[in-house]
Design a protein around this ligand. Structure first.
Ligand code: SF4
Ligand code: SF4
Length: 434
């Protein structure tokens, strides 16, 4: 890490933004028309069912288009493009500043309306995951019985999820006051009796933050320095000893709410100041060129526009990966919008590339020994490669957390994660068609 500066730099407001309407949890519908003028912070898209967070305009300007655009999750997404009118103006607020937070129900509604999206992708949005059963919309119970279970553990995760990514470290060191302000609000909404901050084993916490955590009754748990212990199923098991049922289980099914420290630090801005979510905090890295920057960008800033302000800028990219080197997707277009879930953008040159081969498995067993979910990656990837998707599903394909360790250790460099993602996508697509 050396002299990595953890202080984020705020990039200038861009001339355009592209805000995706499709997320892994579902899609939202635009509530603005092409040609309409919008204020910064104005709601531009909403979920008719009131479950998914709104999408807020991150700059003031004119809606230039609503159309498919290269998306941050490796595929096209219907998106709203806003072109800046350069006027700025007073940003829209969720309520007048100085007001005290309202009822818990109102606070959950504000979190959803703010457009706050977490760095991690969960099956349910924040306002649902941290709501104790009495605050959860009863309409959800028939579909998600897990939400009936009281939350007894609240885990604020301050440990980065994958090697090379230091976003949460940056938050711990630069947003301590915001984290402390968010804790009582989140604790009250969740009703959790035990609140834990997880950090990596070598993390040094600022004295003020440590004192504030003690006063707030938050326990600090240090995680072993071993990837992928900070991914949700393993994190929950490490902290509580509980195993999340798979496939498709969520921490809520074992009475736990997990959220990252960045989200915790953003909650007070929404609930105490009425600020909609218009900015994303990201890491931009080109490790072989010693480039590492933390930046604040307007949500939906295009990667190619952000790069104009990164100095030195990464050179000769042969591959660009969003969401980190182990868990991310390679991008096919530098016009991809940067959003909070982008988390970290990695630039690799030709010399950095790990090339996967179309070689047969030599049955060495290394992937099986290394899989943290106790799967058989060799067999699962083979089944997906030859289109035997049901067989892969029967062998717990959906328990795979896509940590990438199996591909990393494979001596013949089989593209196992790619094959398993392909299998999952094929199974999901065939279900949607039915
Ligand atoms: S990516 Fe590979 S090692 Fe990781 S959980 Fe999936 S099968 Fe196991
Ligand atoms: S590590 Fe690679 S070669 Fe070894 S068993 Fe797994 S898939 Fe086969």
């Amino acid at each position: 890490m050396g002299d990595l500066s953890l202080e984020p730099k705020r990039l200038p407001s861009p001339r355009r933004v592209v805000l995706p309407l499709e997320y892994p949890q579902g899609s939202v519908d635009p509530v603005v028309e092409v040609g309409e003028t919008v204020r910064e912070g104005q709601c531009i898209a909403r979920d008719d069912n009131g479950i998914l967070p709104d999408v807020r305009a991150s700059i003031a300007g004119k809606v230039a288009a609503v159309k498919p655009w290269p998306g941050p999750f490796g595929r096209e997404s219907r998106s709203v493009m806003i072109e800046s009118n350069g006027a700025g103006g007073e940003p829209e607020r969720l309520f007048e500043e100085g007001r005290t937070p309202g009822s818990p129900q109102e606070q959950l509604r504000l979190l959803s309306e703010s457009g706050l999206r977490e760095t991690d992708v969960y099956p349910w949005p924040l306002s649902v995951r941290i709501a104790q059963p009495a605050l959860t919309p009863p309409v959800l119970f028939p579909f998600v019985p897990d939400l009936r279970r009281p939350i007894d553990h609240l885990i604020l995760n301050g440990a980065d999820r994958q090697p090379g990514v230091f976003l949460r470290k940056s938050v711990l060191h630069t947003m301590g006051d915001d984290i402390l302000a968010g804790i009582p609000l989140i604790k009250a909404l969740s009703g959790a009796a035990r609140t834990v901050l997880t950090v990596s084993s070598r993390e040094t916490l600022d004295e003020t933050l440590e004192r504030g955590l003690r006063m707030a009754g938050v326990e600090v748990v240090r995680l072993p320095d071993r990837y992928p212990v900070s991914l949700e199923p393993l994190l929950v098991q490490h902290v509580t000893g509980r195993e999340i049922p798979q496939p498709g289980g969520d921490a809520r099914s074992v009475g736990v709410a997990v959220l990252d420290v960045l989200t915790a630090a953003q909650v007070p801005g929404v609930l105490l100041k009425g600020r909609p979510h218009v900015e994303a905090l990201l890491q931009i890295s080109a490790p072989s060129q010693w480039i590492n920057a933390f930046v604040r960008v307007r949500e939906g800033t295009l990667l190619e526009d952000a790069l104009e302000h990164i100095s030195p800028a990464p050179r000769d990219p042969a591959r660009v990966i969003c969401r980190g080197p182990f868990l991310g997707h390679a991008m096919y277009d530098l016009r991809v919008p940067l959003i909070q879930q982008t988390e970290a953008v990695f630039f690799q040159t030709e010399a950095d590339l790990t090339r996967f081969e179309d070689e047969p498995c030599i049955n060495c067993g290394r992937c099986v020994q290394s899989c943290p979910m106790r799967l058989f990656p060799n067999e699962l990837s083979r089944a997906c490669e030859y289109g035997r998707f049901e067989e892969a599903e029967g062998n717990d394909l959906f328990r795979c957390i896509e940590c990438g360790i199996c591909s990393y250790v494979c001596p013949v460099r089989r593209p196992m994660v790619h094959l398993m993602r392909f299998g999952k996508n094929e199974l999901s697509a065939s279900r949607e068609e039915r």
